[in-house]
Design a protein around this ligand. Structure first.
Ligand code: URA
Length: 209
């Protein structure tokens, strides 16, 4: 079974509270999402392998640690996931960025991929798939399935707010993928919105409501 990492650093909790407030406008919402994504990326990458290299300080020669060439990629699920990309890439500038977009077929209700562009060396990269809200888990489950089909095998999923229902679904469907979230909220409401949540993350990021 995968692990759920709740990254509840005080700075993240403080920013998340402002993100939740209904009177937070799109500009501030984008800035807060970006900042939280950076702070979370710090924890998500905590176990990156290190190697020792020889260096010379002004005083003496020594060995010191650097990240051992691990290749990463950030993959936002369109559209709301885009709001988290810059925050992660600020911390990991060598990460490549893949994109995936899905819609639900109105007749079959099955998720259909409408866009997918991944780094060509996806098999060699560890992926951080990002989407602010893990609600029912349907979109995340399908997106993770699609990136696995393209060759990704080491994947982490990072969101800002998760519902217990979405966590359970993702853990059953993808027991190999750890989930990183800033909060686990109470439940989904009848419209599949997370409660208390923060509303529609895409609309709030892009001012489309
Ligand atoms: N997507 C959102 O943006 N918000 C929710 O509460 C649920 C899904």
């Amino acid at each position: 079974m995968s692990e759920v990492h709740v990254i509840d650093h005080p700075l993240i909790q403080h920013k998340l509270t402002h993100l939740r407030k209904e009177d937070t406008g799109a500009k501030e919402f984008r800035e807060l999402t970006d900042e939280i994504a950076t702070l979370m990326a710090y924890e998500v990458t905590r176990d990156l392998p290190l190697k020792e290299i020889d260096i010379k300080t002004p005083v003496t020669e020594t060995t010191a640690k650097v990240i051992s060439g691990k290749k990463l990629a950030v993959v936002p699920i369109l559209r709301a996931g885009l709001g988290m990309v810059d925050g992660v890439v600020d911390l990991i500038p060598t990460a490549k960025v893949g994109h995936i977009g899905l819609y639900r077929d109105p007749d079959s209700l099955e998720p259909v991929e409408y866009y997918c562009k991944m780094p060509t060396d996806i098999e060699a990269r560890e992926l951080i798939v990002v989407d602010p809200m893990l609600a029912t888990g349907g979109t995340a489950e399908a997106a993770l399935e699609f990136v696995k089909k393209r060759g990704a095998s080491k994947i982490r999923f990072m969101c800002l707010v998760a519902a217990p229902e979405g966590i359970e679904r993702l853990q059953v469907a993808h027991p190999d993928i750890d989930i990183y979230t800033a909060a686990v909220d109470e439940k989904l409401n009848d419209h599949a919105y997370i409660e208390p949540g923060l509303g529609d993350a895409g609309d709030r990021l892009y001012g489309t409501k």
